[in-house]
Ligand binder design. Sequence first.
Ligand code: MTE
Ligand code: MO
Length: 322
Amino acid sequence: MLIKRAPDVTPSEITDEKVYRARRRFLQFSAAGLILGPNLLVGGAAAADKLGPLKKGPYATDEKLTPYRDVTNYNNFYEFGSDKKDPAANAKNFRTRPWTVTIDGAVKRPAAYQLEDFIKPYALEERIYRLRCVEAWSMVIPWVGFSLAEVIKKVEPTSQAKYVEFTTLLDPTQMPGQRPLLGTGLDWPYVEGLRLDEAMHPLTILAVGLYGEVLPNQNGAPLRLVVPWKYGFKSIKSIVRIRFVEKQPVTAWMQANPSEYGFYSNVNPQVDHPRWSQAYERRIGEGSLLAQLTNKRKTLPFNGYAEQVAHLYAGMDLRKYF
Ligand SMILES: Nc1nc2c(c(=O)[nH]1)N[C@H]1C(S)=C(S)[C@@H](COP(=O)(O)O)O[C@H]1N2
Ligand SMILES: [Mo]
């Protein structure tokens, strides 16, 4: 990010990580005037906006972090195009302020918040999680966010609330992928859903940043979900609405192709995608593409979070509920 590299040069993970670790120390020890007050998010979308102070969240993996350059230039965000480089290029001027987050449906306290007010009550944490895409690649990302369960407790779901539905902004003027002819084929806006107990799980977070900085637009600014035991597409970006519902939501990918994408989409090496295996994955940014292809990693059940989440699916046939 800071160092200009020729496209064929392997990114130096060490440099990125060093810069990041140093920056994190800076965030922890700098004078109060230099960092943001607790839980405050800087306005605007400049990539260098720092977040802090950050407490360390649970479940961190000690695997090597995926370089910032890969995390922010190898993206799926179909609203901005379907090529991995499209979101970084096309989301540059995406406006993330003002931003309204609506909470509605089966809750005692429905509300429409300005983003800053929505985020204010929660302490930001760093959560280092693996992200495993259904396309059989993975990353390790230091997210900044807070537990979705905290939000859910505050808005008090009623007994009707069995699922949580999330919706991305609909704005074809800003999102070329949503335009009828240039569009990337999904029924917009992008919708995702979780069962209420999945949404309440302590691994599930709403993220506002990564690598100690405000979320870059291509990673789902200003607010995105991160559900690390599910395929990446469940981690919906640029959220404007969180709705509590009785029936299982129809998600964007189920709508587009129900035989390939199910509601649960738990990472499962034993249940292949109809067109490719899910048994292995390549770790983005780890050496050359050839190295990634020849030296693949075994995909772990629930993306390695089985100990934390397998109980949520006890007794369910995960081939049927894929
Ligand atoms: N609104 C929206 N959210 C989305 C997507 C998308 O196209 N639109 N892509 C998903 C997919 S397939 C993945 S793998 C992750 C990628 O997140 P990242 O680009 O931050 O790594 O975002 C998910 N969230
Ligand atoms: Mo994905």
